[in-house]
Each structure stands twice: as structure tokens, then as C-alpha cells.
Design a binder for this molecule. Structure first.
Ligand SMILES: [Zn+2]
Length: 201
């Protein structure tokens, strides 16, 4: 995705200040060559984790516009998609494992589209709870499906690498819409996405 020049310039200014702060802590940031282009490099890296929302929405719309007619009206699941974002409270990275499902009415998305959709929505300062709801809403309302379900495990750096230091803890969120509100359907989805991994090939 194209980087927004104005946002990039602002991030660059911010990271220059951060490097100054690092200098205050006794690191030789002015003489060490490793820091020479760090502000801009860090700004570009951070921008990769926070997408321009106008561009992201346009991509989501384009992606949802390409569906295939289908007679299949069972559960379609895409599980264990790794996605990245940052939390709005600390701006530290979050690694998500996203599983999602929907039951089509008369159209299905291409398989890779589900992975792309999750990756697009995840990139930003977003609460994991909001990411969960947003994905469930898109897969139900915008895709006009019979229902949708989303299950996300998040490894939050703000919890793993600082503060409480709980690197083994995962934040788990789930959301269901439409026919997934029925307990049996919801349970089948959770059972399928939390099943222990098996070797496929
Ligand atoms: Zn946080």
C-alpha cells in the first residue's frame, strides 16, 4: 500500500525526537552510524503497521466487489491468518491469529480474499475487540451472508515485552452474527478453529 507522504513526514519528525531521547539515556546516537537513517526507516516501518484508512477502505470495497456465485450454503472457514497491527494505548505491535467464517447466501469470496481482508483491517491502532467486530460485520452485512464468526488470538507487545511481561498470555476475542448466534453453529466454529494443528502435507 502506498505510504501517505504527510503522515510519513510527521512520523519521521516524531522518531527524530525518540532518537534524541535515546541519546539522553547514554546511547551514542550522533556518532554511531547505525542511527544515521533510523528516523526515516522507523517511520516507514511504523507506517506499514498503520495503513491509510481511505486507501484501506477502497481496497476492502474492491475486494468485496469480486464475488463468485455459489450454491454452497455451509460454513466457509479461513483459519490461523497471521496479521499485524498496533494497540491504540501504547502504539506497540500486536500479532494476531485470525480465524473467520461465514455461511453464504448465494455468493462466495475468493479464498485469498479472506486473508487479505483480515490483514487490511488489522493494520492500524485498533482495539482487538473492534477488529473482531469490524470483521464480523463486513462478513455478514457487506458480504450479505447468512451469518459470520470471527475468533482472534492476540499477542500484545505492550503486555509481553513490558509491564506485566506476560509473553505467554494471549488475548482472545470472538464475535458472531446472523445464524452463528445459534449455539450449535457457534460451537462448531469454535471447535474447528481451536482444534490442535495436524500435518496436512
Ligand atoms: Zn497496549
Amino acid at each position: 500500500m502506498e505510504q501517505n507522504p504527510r503522515a510519513l513526514a510527521l512520523f519521521n519528525e516524531g522518531f527524530k525526537k525518540i532518537i534524541e531521547g535515546i541519546g539522553e539515556l547514554g546511547f551514542d546516537v550522533s556518532k554511531d552510524e547505525n542511527f544515521a537513517d533510523t528516523a526515516l526507516r522507523a517511520a516507514k516501518g511504523f507506517h506499514e503497521l498503520v495503513h491509510d484508512q481511505a486507501q484501506a477502505q477502497a481496497e476492502v470495497a474492491a475486494l468485496l466487489a469480486k464475488t463468485f456465485p455459489a450454491k454452497y450454503t455451509e460454513m466457509v472457514i479461513s483459519k490461523h491468518n497471521t496479521c499485524f497491527g498496533v494497540c491504540p494505548h501504547h502504539l506497540l505491535p500486536v500479532i494476531y491469529r485470525v480465524s473467520m467464517a461465514y455461511i453464504p447466501t448465494d455468493k462466495v469470496l475468493g479464498l485469498s480474499k479472506l486473508s487479505r481482508l483480515a490483514r487490511l483491517i488489522a493494520r492500524g491502532p485498533r482495539l482487538q475487540e473492534d477488529l473482531t467486530h469490524e470483521l464480523a460485520d463486513i462478513l455478514h452485512e457487506q458480504l450479505q451472508s447468512q451469518g459470520s464468526a470471527v475468533y482472534i488470538e492476540g499477542l500484545h507487545m505492550c503486555m509481553a515485552a513490558r509491564g506485566v511481561g506476560a509473553h505467554e498470555a494471549r488475548l482472545v476475542t470472538s464475535g458472531v452474527r446472523g445464524v452463528f448466534l445459534e449455539l450449535a453453529t457457534r460451537e462448531e466454529f469454535i471447535k474447528l478453529v481451536t482444534a490442535p494443528p495436524t500435518t496436512l502435507v
